[in-house]
Design a protein around this ligand. Structure first.
Ligand SMILES: [Zn+2]
Length: 382
């Protein structure tokens, strides 16, 4: 029996090495005549920003640039970007950078078009006027923000991450150019890649999964799993970078059409209270969550299908969870010190995470404590 569903639209995807050169045509396709370009200092240093500016100005498209996007953008960061947007007329946002640049641009789009502050848009569909078209150009293969109608913004004064979404916040076009990820440092590529893989694995089994999200999740898993082993050891090929970038965008579409689960719910408090980077936190928690979920027969069947995919592609002969645990072990991430962590406190935070509500098995606080114990046990096999 196919469960009823209503799919969400996807941005137009423009994929290929060198696809950045399609930017002026994409702006015109989106109806834009002048651009507000959102990026960050690292992208400026890498020279990508200047390339994008030159492409636009050579095509006769005026461009104003904001390069102050920061990691884990806050309400104030969004307001600063929106204030910069008000200095020159424009009719199309372009976001060039990692997930933080993309989320900052999306958030500024809410404020620029609808006013107010970001917590006014916490939830979905709170904008009363349509947002401007946005073209997203990710330079990391990770968050999948380029294919989602949500932006993640931290509330000022607390660590609370707010998901603010609207149908018109979905990027109109995502330009996926693997050449832009060629200069990523190993750690950044590893952390964002593990996050993308976690998106594929969590959305595969979440309670909101459906025929469309499952297509995207499985395709994402196929692309990401074929390349991740070389990404985490710092030796990705050109083909691997293509697989990672497309896989992350597909994983974003899987989330857009379904949800996530307990790995994100248990990881977010680790990030908020202990500063563990998001990709590290979700990858640390995922094996314990998958073992917990495996007692749900439907989730176990989905994991088994993904495991058979690993075999069929010659990726590994290990069981799925052992394979993922091994990938994380080879990632050379700094060890997390369990002695400084209050599991009960984190578990309490985790039960309030919206994303945890969609895990295939419901969790109480004591279940989250058990997940943390397992994930932080030195003898855990995952
Ligand atoms: Zn994530």
């Amino acid at each position: 029996m196919i469960e009823p569903f209503a799919s969400r639209p996807a941005p137009k995807l423009v994929f290929g090495p060198g696809a950045l050169r399609e930017l002026p045509a994409c702006v015109r396709t989106a109806g834009g005549t002048a651009v507000f370009l959102v990026s960050d200092p690292g992208i400026a240093r890498a020279g990508y920003l200047a390339r994008a500016e030159r492409l636009l100005s050579d095509a006769g498209l005026p461009v104003t640039t904001f390069t102050e996007s920061r990691e884990n953008p806050t309400e104030s960061d969004a307001a600063a970007c929106a204030a910069a947007a008000r200095t020159q007329p424009f009719d199309c946002f372009v976001a060039l950078g990692g997930g933080s640049s993309l989320d900052t641009a999306k958030a500024a789009n809410f404020l620029f078009t609808n006013g107010g502050v970001m917590h006014d848009y916490h939830g979905y569909g709170k904008a009363t006027k349509p947002l401007l078209p946005l073209i997203a150009i990710p330079t990391t293969a990770g968050t999948g923000s380029e294919t989602q109608s949500y932006t993640l913004i931290s509330r000022d004064g607390s660590h609370e991450k707010m998901a603010c979404g609207d149908p018109s916040a979905l990027p109109r076009i995502a330009i996926l150019d693997p050449e832009l990820t060629a200069t990523l440092p190993r750690t950044t590529a590893t952390l964002s890649g593990l996050d993308a893989l976690t998106h594929a694995l969590e959305s595969s089994v979440c309670t909101k999964r459906n025929a469309v999200s499952s297509l995207y999740a499985e395709a994402a898993f196929r692309h990401l799993s074929s390349a991740i082993a070389r990404v985490v050891t710092g030796l990705p090929t050109e083909a691997d970078r293509s697989d990672m970038l497309l896989g992350a965008a597909f994983a974003g579409l899987a989330i857009e059409n379904s949800m996530l689960g307990a790995a994100h719910a248990s990881a977010n408090p680790l990030t908020a209270r202990h500063g563990v980077v998001h990709g590290h936190a979700v990858a640390h928690m995922l094996p314990a969550v998958m073992r917990f979920n495996s007692s749900d027969p439907a989730a176990a069947a989905i994991y088994a299908r993904l495991e058979s995919l690993l075999r069929a592609t010659g990726t590994t002969t290990l069981p799925l969870i052992d394979w993922f645990t091994d990938i994380v072990a080879r990632s050379a991430l700094p060890p997390l010190d369990a002695t400084k962590i209050d599991f009960a406190l984190l578990a309490d935070d985790a039960t309030r995470q919206w994303t945890g509500k969609f895990n295939p098995r419901a969790l109480q606080a004591e279940d989250f404590v058990a997940l943390y114990r397992r994930a932080f046990s030195p003898h855990a096999t995952g």
